[in-house]
Design a protein around this ligand. Structure first.
Ligand code: PLP
Length: 225
């Protein structure tokens, strides 16, 4: 794909987002995070040239390498992957603008401790396993509100901003919608929450319909050919 063809491709995605957003509510703003986990620095630079500023990685090591390599560009980095406790120090070193995948109280307590040691704060989202799938991380929907409150009260160096969820892995669109609506209903109950991160390449328009205000798009933004 030439850069011109690529721009046309990306513009189509922007138009899809815009259409879904306006269908919901003209005042509903949707932020796009480009998931660059399978993409190299060259591909990120091509998307940056079209105007994309926020990127997400799911491995702490890749986040560190890419933030350092692209240090000159005014980018915003999100961490969206499963974080093992032994990688907390590297996450702190990478210092993402948003840690989207905080998935337990235990992890929050440990992260908060290390943040305090480093005299740092971090913005984060609580990940919810909204479709209750064994393969996915995240707190269960019934526990989400309680755990969110506990983290808010006990972890003063973590600023919880809302929730993140991956839609149900299913061919049944009703099931996907159900998982988004469940996440949205939890989000609506959280005091002070402003980010509801849901929607990936295959389901982002549906996610917006269900109230998502942050998309995480990987494969569609970084086509392989
Ligand atoms: C990979 C990934 C995405 C992007 O997935 P695509 O289907 O490629 O858009 C979004 N969110 C998370 C948590 C991911 O791991």
């Amino acid at each position: 794909m030439t850069q011109t063809e690529y721009k046309i491709h990306v513009d189509k995605i922007y138009e899809n987002i815009e259409r879904a957003r306006l269908n919901l509510n003209a005042h509903h703003i949707v932020k796009l995070v480009a998931v660059s986990k399978y993409s190299d620095v060259k591909a990120i630079t091509k998307l940056y040239d079209i105007g994309q500023r926020a990127y997400g990685e799911n491995k702490v090591q890749d986040l560190l390498v890419k933030t350092e390599t692209l240090d000159e560009l005014p980018l915003e980095w999100h961490f969206i992957g499963n974080l093992q406790k032994n990688k907390i120090n590297n996450l702190i070193k990478a210092n993402p603008s948003l840690f989207q995948s905080l998935d337990s109280l235990a992890l929050a307590l440990e992260l908060d401790k290390r943040l305090k040691t480093n005299d740092m704060n971090m913005d984060a989202l609580l990940q919810i396993n909204s479709a209750n799938e064994a393969s996915k991380s995240g707190v269960s929907a019934p526990e989400a509100k309680d755990i969110y409150t506990q983290i808010s009260e006990q972890c003063s160096n973590i600023n919880l901003k809302g929730v993140m969820s991956i839609g149900a892995h299913s061919d049944d669109t009703k099931e996907i919608t159900r998982s988004f609506e469940l996440t949205r209903s939890i989000y609506d109950e959280l005091e002070g929450a402003s980010i509801c991160s849901m929607g990936m390449s295959g389901d982002y328009e549906r996610a917006i319909e269900c109230g998502s205000n942050m998309l995480r798009l990987g494969s569609t933004l970084f086509p392989k050919d």
